[in-house]
Design a protein around this ligand. Structure first.
Ligand code: ZN
Length: 208
């Protein structure tokens, strides 16, 4: 496995990227427009059957969404990444699945449409990894409230341009980001336009 060097890359609108991070290294995710949702997954680089688990995050922390102090635990209930910075509006969603080909069919899309689920598998494939299923993602910059009656309210994104979150790897890990290609609903903002984001790879000394 080739671990990342320090640097900055643009994550093109609608596409995904897998990063192999050494323990102690960080990635800063910058949202230049503010309203772009990114789906996020993390796997133990030594044993990808251990991964960031939304059901364990909710159980471990007794929360429905993630903020800076939330423990981001795996299927083995140990932190895989630490969110060391969050300048967004917070409340990153843990409840909704990654968008996937079936959702776009439901929405009336004919033929191929990029999705966060297929982006995750495509990005893992680019580094020679394969997963048999799609774990539930952490939906960064995405706001979903639980109403008193238990129904979900997909709120318009609230983060400002330049909002950023930083994750530090707690052990060697593969981090996957999908710049959500959703352009049918307003999850990426009222103008339904997916946008580029920026990933900054930071060695331990430079991290927040
Ligand atoms: Zn998506």
């Amino acid at each position: 496995m080739k671990f990342e060097e320090a640097g900055t890359m643009v994550l093109p609108a609608g596409h995904g990227k897998a990063l192999c991070l050494r323990a102690g290294w960080s990635v800063r995710v910058v949202n230049p427009h503010g309203t772009q949702a990114l789906d996020f997954w993390a796997y133990n680089a030594a044993d990808p059957s251990e991964y960031l688990s939304m059901d364990n995050v909710r159980s471990f922390n007794s929360v429905a969404y993630v903020e800076k102090d939330t423990a981001l635990v795996t299927t083995e209930r140990r932190p895989i990444v630490c969110m060391t910075e969050d300048t967004s509006a917070g409340q990153h969603d843990t409840l909704l699945c990654a968008c996937n080909p079936a959702i776009y069919r439901e929405l009336g899309v004919k033929g191929f449409h990029r999705s966060c689920a297929t982006n995750m598998h495509e990005a893992l494939g680019e580094i020679g990894m394969k997963m048999a299923f799609t774990p539930a993602p952490l939906n960064l910059f995405m706001s979903v409230d639980v109403r008193p009656d238990g129904s979900l309210d997909r709120i318009l994104p609230r983060s400002k341009p330049g909002a950023a979150v930083t994750f530090r790897a707690e052990f060697d890990a593969v981090l996957v980001f999908s710049n959500c290609p959703q352009d049918v609903t307003t999850i990426n903002g009222p103008d339904k336009t997916p946008r580029d984001c920026v990933l900054e790879i930071l060695p331990p000394a430079d991290a927040a």
